[in-house]
Write a protein that binds this ligand. Sequence first.
Ligand code: SAM
Length: 257
Amino acid sequence: MSDLYTAPDLYDLLSDGVPGDVAWFGRQAKAAGSVLELAAGTGRVTIPMARAGAKVTAIELRESMLDAAAEKLAREKPEVRKRVKLLVGDMRGFELKRQFPLIVIPFRAFQHLHEVRDQRACLECCREHLTRQGRLVIDLFDPNLRILGANLDVNGSAARLFGEKPLGKDGRIVAMSSRVSCPEEQRFEETIVYEKFDAQGNSQWRRAHKIHLRYFFRYEMEHLFELSGLEVVKLEGGFEGQPYRHGGEQLWTVKRA
Ligand SMILES: C[S@@+](CC[C@H](N)C(=O)[O-])C[C@H]1O[C@@H](n2cnc3c(N)ncnc32)[C@H](O)[C@@H]1O
């Protein structure tokens, strides 16, 4: 079964990010003027940051995701288009020969780095590309112990509703997901089954994709930042001014130590 990022159309259907994230990144990018975005996907955050007036360099591993971003960008006004540079690349190792006042890794993309060596490689690369006063922003989910605990069955968790999208007279798409957990490695694999129904409720097709995520505890992140030559500026609990709390969001802002 292929991973979700081989299917940018399905990714875009139900991946709305974290509440408030697009506007928040837009404001940060506008204030910084120039931003490096890692794991940019289909441009969900990239394009709004450029619309807000920032120059955006966006790196993404999968060509299929970046092609979808390029298609969306082609529909933007010329002044927005010329502010964006889309690059295929790996956040674990890139060399742009310049520094940025702002680097962002939105929507938990850092959680695709399962190994400590990959996490450190990414953070060290970010450090090299940050200006002296520059900021790196990373958004993660905070591991919710109740949810993690409920998903420990070796046969996988029960399915839950992942999302639903009405398509007007064309019916709707419903997505269900289930998880297989590996608590020893702080990871789980989520299988998402997308099913299209016509307006009468008849199933027309079904497609399944996987995502494989690592989760990080708060103090683990603090240690990782320190090991990578970075210093925590603040930890917030979301994009709408929430304080950090268990099971919410980890919104990290860090700088060069
Ligand atoms: C949850 S999506 C986030 C996409 C986009 N930032 C957004 O907010 O919608 C995670 C993205 O990370 C990308 N990704 C995973 N590993 C990567 C890596 N090592 N380097 C660059 N991108 C990576 C995936 O291909 C996917 O597009």
